[in-house]
Design a protein around this ligand. Structure first.
Ligand SMILES: N[C@@H](CCC(=O)N[C@@H](CS)C(=O)NCC(=O)O)C(=O)O
Length: 215
């Protein structure tokens, strides 16, 4: 099982999502740092193997894959010791997939809409309509966590690692989740995820980068 490499940047939520899934699965992965602030994604091997030159990018002994949630699904199917993190049962898997798509098409998108312009386009404040938009999406997450310890059932799955990687970025910016008690409880529970501290370090850097650009 040698030669599994992840091109990674800890500041990036998607990149942390793939790594958190790998850590939860116990995949022995070699992490190569790609500093996006130094445009390292446009140089070296990642630029040769991934025409989209984005992190995370996985190279599993020559099999190259990007898109964080696709990476998490692949690693779980190939290296998962059992199907706890990505169930094989069709309906349970569909449920996990639904949460993963919720993250990729809604939660992460709303967080990016707020933070990207602050990080890279000179925007100095959180646009109120975008704030409302993210809170409306968090209200759905709050609902998912009603009567369910984890986002897709009784045990944590790659839906939790993906969603936590996204959410931890905006929490590090100082987002107020006091009106979402289920999310608050789940965030505390996520401390048991293997790789949690490593994720926190990257999220902290993300939060600092955003906050230093706010007026
Ligand atoms: N949907 C993708 C998002 C990947 C993505 O946008 N990565 C950004 C960092 S958050 C990146 O590498 N940007 C550098 C570039 O595109 O050149 C995923 O989940 O992996």
């Amino acid at each position: 099982m040698s030669g599994i490499k992840l091109y990674h940047f800890g500041v990036s939520g998607p990149s942390r999502g793939a790594l958190l899934a790998a850590r939860a699965l116990g995949v022995p992965i070699e992490v190569e740092q790609v500093d996006l602030f130094k445009k390292e994604q446009l140089k070296g091997r990642i630029s040769e193997i991934n025409p989209q030159h984005c992190v995370p990018t996985l190279d599993d002994n020559g099999f190259v894959l990007w898109e964080s949630r696709a990476i998490a699904c692949y690693l779980a199917d190939k290296y998962g010791k059992d199907d706890q993190l990505y169930p094989r049962d069709l309906q349970r898997r569909a449920f996990v997939n639904q949460r993963l798509y919720f993250d990729s098409s809604s939660l992460y998108v709303k967080i990016r809409a707020i933070c990207f312009p602050i990080l890279f386009l000179g925007v100095k404040e959180i646009v109120p309509s975008l704030k409302d938009d993210l809170n409306a999406t968090l209200a759905f997450l709050e609902q998912f966590l009603t009567g369910s310890r984890w986002v897709a059932g009784d045990n944590y799955t790659i839906a939790d690692t993906s969603i936590y990687a996204s959410l931890s970025s905006i929490l590090a910016v100082g987002w107020d989740i006091s009106s979402f008690p289920n999310i608050q409880r789940w965030v505390k529970d996520c401390a048991v995820l293997p790789g949690f501290e490593e994720n926190q370090e990257g999220a902290k850097l993300f939060g600092e980068a955003v906050k230093k650009n706010l007026k």
